[in-house]
Design a protein around this ligand. Structure first.
Ligand code: TTP
Ligand code: MG
Length: 378
C-alpha cells in the first residue's frame, strides 16, 4: 500500500481569525502581533504581504511599509480555541494526527484514499470541512512523506492543494533551492555554495564526504531528504501534555515569603524542564496541598507563549493571589500545559525579551552541565 502523508497549514492564521471575527476587515491589510514598544509582527493577511510586511518583522517597520494597515494585538486564547476545533476535524479524518504548531499538522492518510476517488479528493474534503466548520482557508500538501508534504502545502498558498507523487518526487524537488530543506539555514546554504551546490538535486548528486563537511553526522539524513526520502512516522500526541514539578515540604509552610520562594524554585525547575525539551507552553497551573490534605489547583492561560522562569513565576504569583492560605501548606506544585515545540511556535517573538532569554540560557547551561540542583535563586 502506498504511504500518503498530508500536511495542512492554515492561511495567514491569526490574521484570518481576526477577519473572521470582524468581517469588515476582510480584504484589508491586517497585521497581528505585539503592539507594545518592541513588539513584532506575528503574521499578516495576504493583502498586507503585498507591502512587504512579514512575520517576525519589528512592528515599527511594518507601520512604515504599510501605514494604512489595520494593526491588532494578538489574542492567543482565541486562536487556540479555533486551533483546537481544527485539530478535532483532522482527527475525524485520521487516527494518526501530529500537531506541529497552532495552525498545522501532519495526518497519515495511508489507505484512506480508498474511501475517496483519490488522495486529492481526500485533501479537498479536509479543506471543505475546515471551511464549513470554521470559515477559514487552509493549504494542503499530500506526498509520500512528511518532508515532501510540508514542502507541498507551502507551494500554492493561500487555499492551495498540491500533490507530490511517489514516482516523480525526486525530480519534482531537484530544481528547488537548498533552503527548502528544513534545517538548512543561511550558513549551511553559504557553505554548500562553495561546493557549487545550490539546488536540492545537486545535494542528491553530491558526494557524501562533501555533505559531511557541511552537515557532519546529519549528512546522510540531508542526502535522503534531497532524494525525497523521509521515513519519519507521524506520531500521535503521546508526548507529555504537561510538564512540571511538585514538592512535599518537610515542615509545612506558613510564611508568605517561604511560599513565594518555594513557588519560585518550582517555576525554575519547570522552566528548565520545558526548555530542555525545546517546548513552550501557555497554561500555568499551581497546585496546593494544605495541612488538612485539602488540595486545590488554579490555572491561568497566557496570551503569549511562556518559556522562561520569570514568565512562569509571574503567572504563578497571580495564581497565588487567588488562593486563601488559611492553614499550613504541605505540598506545592507548578506545571505548564498547552505545550508546543519551540520551533513550531515562533510566536515567542511576540515580545522577545533578550535579557531574560540570555539569563535563562546561562542558568540552563549550568544545570545541564552540573545537574538540576546546582542553581537555586538566592
Ligand atoms: P504560519 O503558518 O507560519 O503563518 P500564517 O498561517 O500566518 O501564514 P501562512 O501559513 O499562510 O504563510 O504561522 C501560523 C501562526 O503562527 C501565524 O498566523 C502567527 C504565528 N506566528 C508568529 O507568531 N510568529 C512567527 O514568526 C510566525 C512565522 C508565525
Ligand atoms: Mg499557516
Amino acid at each position: 500500500m502506498l504511504r500518503w502523508i498530508m500536511h495542512v497549514d492554515m492561511d495567514a492564521f491569526f490574521a484570518s481569525v481576526e477577519q473572521l471575527d470582524n468581517p469588515s476587515l476582510k480584504g484589508l491589510p491586517v497585521i497581528v502581533g505585539g503592539l507594545s514598544g518592541r513588539g513584532v509582527v506575528s503574521t499578516c493577511s495576504y493583502e498586507a504581504r503585498k507591502f512587504g510586511v512579514h512575520s517576525a518583522m519589528p512592528m515599527h517597520m511594518a507601520k512604515r511599509l504599510c501605514p494604512q494597515g489595520i494593526y491588532i494585538q494578538g489574542r492567543m486564547r482565541r486562536y487556540k480555541e479555533i486551533s483546537d476545533g481544527i485539530m478535532e476535524i483532522f482527527r475525524s479524518f485520521s487516527p494518526l494526527v501530529e500537531q506541529l504548531s497552532v495552525d498545522e499538522a501532519f495526518l497519515d492518510v495511508t489507505g484512506m484514499e480508498g474511501l475517496y476517488p483519490d488522495v486529492v479528493a481526500l485533501g479537498k474534503a479536509v479543506k471543505n470541512k475546515i471551511y464549513e466548520q470554521t470559515g477559514l482557508h487552509a493549504s494542503v500538501g499530500i506526498a509520500p512523506n512528511k518532508f515532501l508534504a510540508k514542502l507541498a502545502s507551502d507551494l500554492d498558498k493561500p487555499d492551495g492543494l498540491v500533490l507530490i507523487k511517489h514516482e516523480t518526487a525526486a525530480a519534482f524537488i531537484a530544481p528547488m533551492p537548498v533552503r527548502k530543506i528544513f534545517g538548512i539555514g543561511k550558513s549551511a546554504e553559504a557553505m554548500l555554495w562553495q561546493y557549487g551546490i545550490d539546488t536540492i538535486g545537486k545535494i542528491a548528486a553530491a558526494d557524501i564526504s562533501i555533505l559531511q563537511k557541511v552537515f557532519g553526522i546529519n549528512a546522510q539524513a540531508v542526502h535522503n531528504l534531497a532524494c525525497g526520502i523521509d521515513n519519519r512516522p507521524v506520531v500521535n500526541e503521546t508526548e507529555a501534555k504537561s510538564i512540571g514539578k511538585e514538592h512535599t515540604y518537610d515542615k509545612d509552610l506558613y510564611e508568605e515569603a517561604d511560599l513565594k520562594k518555594a513557588v519560585r524554585d518550582l517555576c525554575g525547575e519547570t522552566g528548565w524542564r520545558l526548555r530542555k525539551r525545546k517546548l513552550i507552553g501557555y497554561t500555568v497551573t499551581l497546585k496546593v496541598k494544605f495541612s488538612s490534605f485539602k488540595i486545590i489547583t488554579r490555572s491561568i492561560t497566557s496570551e503569549l507563549p511562556v518559556a522562561y522562569d520569570e514568565e512562569i513565576y509571574a503567572l504563578a504569583l497571580k495564581l497565588m493571589q487567588q488562593v486563601r492560605f488559611t492553614e499550613g501548606v504541605r505540598l506545592l506544585g507548578v506545571s505548564i500545559s498547552h505545550l508546543e515545540s519551540e520551533d513550531a511556535a515562533p510566536v515567542l517573538n511576540f515580545n522577545e525579551n533578550e535579557k531574560i532569554k540570555k539569563r535563562n540560557m546561562a542558568v540552563d547551561f549550568l544545570k545541564n552541565k552540573f545537574g538540576e540542583s546546582i542553581i537555586k535563586r538566592g
